[in-house]
Design a protein around this ligand. Structure first.
Ligand code: SF4
Length: 362
């Protein structure tokens, strides 16, 4: 049964709702999920407006620097060597290629450049190359982000010293559902990497995937894990599973759209200061659903990406939707912000650009 709109857990008080908390119980989160939809959306939108410009979305560009042949057994992933998909594998890109792509992304108005590699963890021989990539992208004036798998504390320190701003490492799902999805690394391994990243002084990007055949209480448990991290992750990608033929989850039941939107809204309420990223799975969402996600508090997307698990919507559709909704893109100060926005809009309508970009947010 849906909870009453007068459910006392938050008293519908925006001030109380906006408190940062790190002691969420799964039952409390479930109570949020059970709110009547309009009440949940109102709470999420109210909190969103206390911390962000509700009409701004942060835009990141992603590049896969090493694609496929991953030894891990994530059951949703086209990059796992254990899953027989059509994905073409690529070795580690040369530093010069990565920097050329980053430069193009900056010229097209992107503010953050994310680089992803399908590794269990970076090996010692890989580190000099990724360090050079971080230094080079940073020197361009872009925010830098990487996702390379598990990191030791020494590796986290090395990347931080090179200038890495963000590290992405998702929790993927609840601790309870985790063993159904991945067996080659533990939940604690993931928490340890996040802790190493945080201890090194970098910002954390961590979220999960929904639609993995989990139950509602697993989605509540995942969000409790993320919100109870102290500090909370600065970026929280919420991915909708993209079913890829050849993966064990290719036939899993679809998640109801409203359950996905509820996830975004509950994440916004629990992590009021984090960027909540509408991530993989956007290609399956129509404009109305994406608009509902923005209304629920999503305020970050990838653009111009060819997702490794599925293609994003056509880039010109992104800009058309932004125009319809009156959404602007967040900027960082590396010059003429008006020009930066113009460049981004140009890039978004330029079909040629999409070949450059890949998502490596897994
Ligand atoms: S999600 Fe990451 S770690 Fe898991 S198989 Fe895919 S690339 Fe490897």
């Amino acid at each position: 049964m849906p909870a009453s709109s007068t459910t006392p857990i938050f008293n519908n008080s925006p001030e109380q709702n906006a408190q940062l908390r790190h002691n969420w119980s799964i039952a409390e989160v479930q109570t949020l999920f059970d709110l009547p939809f309009s009440d949940l959306m109102f709470q999420a939108q109210t909190i969103h407006r206390q911390h962000f410009n509700a009409n701004e979305v942060q835009v990141s560009t992603l590049l896969s620097i090493k694609t496929g042949a991953c030894p891990e057994d994530c059951k949703y992933c086209s990059q796992s060597a254990r899953n027989k998909t059509d994905l073409e594998t690529e070795k580690l890109l040369e530093v010069e290629n990565v920097l050329a792509t980053a430069k193009a992304a900056k010229e097209q108005g992107s503010t953050r450049f994310c680089m992803g590699a399908a590794w269990r963890n970076p090996k010692a021989r890989d580190m000099p190359y990724v360090v050079e990539m971080v230094k080079g992208v940073k020197a361009l004036g872009l925010e830098t982000c990487m996702t390379l798998g598990m990191l030791s504390s020494d590796q986290a320190d090395e990347l931080q010293n090179a200038g890495l701003d963000y590290y992405n490492h998702n929790l993927d799902t609840s601790p309870e559902h985790y063993n159904q999805i991945i067996t080659t690394r533990t939940y604690q391994d993931r928490l340890d990497t996040i802790n190493n990243v945080r201890s090194a002084g970098m910002k954390v990007c961590s979220g999960g995937i929904v639609g993995l055949g989990e139950e509602s209480k697993d989605r509540a448990s995942l969000l409790a894990q993320l919100a109870n991290l102290s500090p909370q992750p600065e970026s929280v990608p919420i991915n909708m599973l993209v079913k890829v033929e050849g993966t064990p989850l290719s036939d899993v039941d679809d998640l109801d759209s409203f359950d996905f939107i509820r996830c975004i809204a509950v994440a916004r309420i629990m992590m009021p200061k984090s960027h909540v990223r509408l991530s993989a799975g956007r290609s399956a969402m129509n404009e109305q659903m994406q608009a509902m996600c923005f209304l629920a508090g999503a305020n970050s997307i990838f653009y111009g990406c060819k997702l490794l698990t599925a293609e994003n919507p056509e880039t010109n559709q992104d800009i058309a939707l932004f125009k319809k909704l009156g959404i602007n893109t967040e900027t960082i100060d590396f010059g003429d912000q008006q020009q930066q926005t113009t460049n981004l809009r140009t890039a978004l309508v330029n079909e040629e650009n999409k070949e450059l970009f890949y998502d490596a947010s897994v």
